[in-house]
Design a protein around this ligand. Structure first.
Ligand code: SAM
Length: 289
């Protein structure tokens, strides 16, 4: 049985090791067993699964994962947590802790070694200062993934689900929806963590699409176009693309590609759907050849 996950046991572990929280690592540890149960249930982890946990902290969620999964690898950047994890996870033989920065780890290699290249599940209460690089890194590196179930800042979870026309719709919404189906599973208030974060949190499950929902000839070009469109949000799409150092095309050609979508030539990027960005990228790609 998992032993952590309530305030008393967490305080006991922290005191035993005289652990000092490091703000720079986004350390807010979960102290609510209901939330932990919700995350684990939403992740759909079974005894067949290999799970990658990012940032195990003192091992609270790791214990829950070890109870359910075939094997768990937990990647923690803070070396001060490593002796604590050896202690809190000592009863589990199906876990490996790696003391490394997740952004530097070769996850494709890990999935190949530990799961023979079959899709893995990722479960984490993420450090909020690097949510986007972690998610984009996982998707863009083409790690075989089944699903990612994560705690993130509430606004970020909402942004991942947004559609065109909303103020929060942006490059993250498009990237997440290109790769996966996002579903918010739970809203989590600050008092479920120690120390309490200044923001509300949410658990979101991203279920990887078997096939992207749109056909794109050059994924990298589409994401360059998306980034250029949202980098200059207040400009029209045409101006955003003209000013982008990454798109090398004459003004008229960009204009022509936009008009070929059947939209007004002064449209803003935030009004385009994923389908339209895919179409625009295919049009621009043709003209760049
Ligand atoms: N999973 C624990 C829990 O729910 O109680 C801790 C979650 S806490 C929000 C984030 C964890 O990620 C911390 O343990 C922190 O040290 C770790 N972390 C921060 N940056 C990291 C990075 N670049 N690579 C791996 N772990 C990181």
């Amino acid at each position: 049985m998992a032993e952590l996950g309530n305030p008393q046991n967490t305080i006991e572990v922290l005191q035993k090791y005289r652990f000092n929280f490091q703000k720079k690592f986004g350390q807010n540890f979960l102290i609510d067993t209901h939330v932990l149960d919700k995350i684990i249930d939403a992740s759909g982890v079974t005894e067949d699964d290999f799970v990658l946990e990012i940032g195990p902290g003192i091992g609270t969620m790791t214990q829950y994962l070890c109870e359910r999964a075939r094997e768990v690898v937990a990647v923690e950047i803070d070396k001060n947590l490593i002796p604590i994890l050896s202690d809190t996870l000592k009863n589990y033989s199906n876990v490996t802790v790696i003391n490394e920065d997740i952004l530097k780890l070769d996850i494709c290699k890990l999935a190949e070694e530990k799961n023979q290249g079959k899709p893995i599940k990722v479960v984490a209460n993420l450090p909020y200062y690097i949510t986007t690089p972690i998610i984009m890194g996982l998707f863009e590196s083409h790690v075989p993934i089944d699903s990612i179930t994560i705690m993130v800042q509430k606004e970020v979870a909402e942004r991942m689900q947004e559609k065109p026309g909303s103020k929060e719709y942006g490059a993250l919404s498009l990237a997440v929806q290109y790769y996966a189906k996002p579903e918010i599973v739970a809203n989590v208030p600050p008092n479920c963590f120690m120390p309490r974060p200044n923001v509300g949190s949410a658990v979101i499950r991203l279920t990887r699409h078997e096939k992207p929902p749109v056909e794109v000839e050059d994924e990298k070009l589409m994401f360059r176009i998306i980034r250029a469109s949202f980098n200059q949000r207040r400009k029209t799409l045409a101006n955003g693309l003209n000013n982008s150092p990454e798109i090398h095309l004459p003004k008229e050609v960009i204009q022509e590609s936009i008009v070929s979508l059947g939209v007004p030539e002064n449209i803003r990027g935030e009004a385009l759907s994923l389908e339209q960005f895919a179409e625009l990228s295919n049009e621009i790609g043709q003209r760049m050849k």
